[in-house]
Design a protein around this ligand. Structure first.
Ligand code: CA
Length: 368
């Protein structure tokens, strides 16, 4: 503890001595950092409900890490969804400089930047590790920065839900025909894919799913995975729990920063932000994997009537074909979407050969 506070003090003194605040202001004309002495004081809004496990708590953990690593030089105040701006108001609030930053998910901005969806999750897209490969090594992050630049935004990957579940169904899905006429809560591209199979897609916020499923207003709903689904009570009201979460195989959230605020940070604080975000993302991955595993057991023990099912192969391959059609249509409408899609597919091809002889070759050998 003593050592840590000594380091903190020396870093603070260094920043003060270097006159970082003044330099930063000069670097970003038109933007005045809200600085107290040598400190940068930012506000970060999120899309998550207060205390929402791993996402909101992860955002707070990230802010704590940045504060600790920077010896208090960068202080990020965290506001849950709705506290300062609406849960899906992050893009506008950060892009306009109303707040410096947000922790949210780029697929929420599909209506403004369709290509941004690739940086969170797309149907039959990357798993968490593949997403990290692509963003950090395969040029994905550079592409994301390019896509966000016209909006005055700098993206940093922050927090993953890892692979999600296919969702809760009160009807059995044995064939593609069983999807016809099904009423399901599922947002985004996953919903567009289901529509092609005749599903009637319903958009509902998380807080309204339980009642809609319980009253039969909808037949099915996807949310996150065993941990959050258990907390929301879905095993009480739905019979079949389907996997895999083909629509969100490696959902990755974002930390987006108002570009002039980002540019006003000295390089070492930018590095601290990136390092703290990477560490928190890894932490969130571990949290989700372990809590999902534990809650899958709890669901089985406490709700013996719930049946865990895998979507039939025929259903998955048909949906995958529909996903390609959805991507084709969006590529025709939006050049950036087409460009990012091409980069994603090229990278997927590049790493697939290796995956075939590494993880995919290994897992069947250790599975019971
Ligand atoms: Ca979901």
């Amino acid at each position: 503890m003593t050592k840590k506070s000594e380091q903190a003090v020396s870093r603070r003194s260094f920043l003060k001595a270097a006159g970082v605040g003044a330099v930063a202001t000069a670097l970003a004309p038109g933007y005045s950092p809200r600085a107290k002495g040598a400190q940068f004081s930012w506000r970060m809004v999120t899309s998550w409900p207060p205390n929402f496990p791993i996402l909101q708590t992860g955002a707070e953990r990230f802010a704590d890490l940045v504060r600790e690593m920077s010896g208090g030089a960068l202080d990020i105040q965290v506001f849950a969804g709705g506290e300062l701006v609406p849960p899906l108001g992050g893009f506008e609030a950060v892009s306009s400089g109303t707040v410096e930053a947000a922790n949210t998910a780029s697929y929420y901005w599909a209506g403004i930047v369709p290509a941004a969806q690739f940086f969170t999750a797309v149907p039959f897209g990357f798993t968490f590790d593949q997403m990290m490969d692509w963003l950090h090594v395969g040029g994905g992050l550079e592409l994301w920065e390019e896509i966000y630049e016209p909006f005055n935004l700098v993206p940093v990957p922050l927090i993953t839900t890892s692979m999600q579940m296919g969702g809760w169904f009160n009807k059995e899905i044995n064939s593609v025909e069983d999807l016809q006429g099904l009423k399901m809560r599922i947002p985004g591209l996953g919903g567009k894919v289901y529509e092609k199979a005749g599903v009637s897609v319903v958009l509902l916020p998380g807080s309204e799913i339980f009642t809609a499923l319980q009253t039969g207003t909808i037949d099915a709903a996807e949310w996150v995975g065993p941990y959050h689904d258990y907390l929301f009570g879905f095993p009480q009201i739905a019979k079949y729990y389907y996997h895999p979460g083909w629509h969100e195989p490696g959902t990755t959230a974002e930390f987006m920063v108002f570009k002039p605020a980002w540019d006003s940070l000295p390089k070492e604080l930018q590095t601290i932000v990136r390092a703290a975000a990477a560490e928190t993302t890894l932490w969130s991955f571990g949290q989700f994997e372990v809590e999902n595993a534990r809650h899958l057991v709890k669901i089985a023990e406490e709700y013996p009537d719930v049946e865990l099912r895998r979507f039939p192969d025929e259903v998955l391959s048909t949906l995958r074909g529909y996903a390609q059609e959805v991507f084709d249509e969006l590529s025709e409408q939006d050049a950036d979407f087409a460009r990012v899609r091409e980069a994603v597919e090229r990278f997927a091809q590049e790493i697939d050969r290796w995956s075939n002889v590494s993880i995919e070759s290994y897992l069947p050998a250790v599975q019971q």
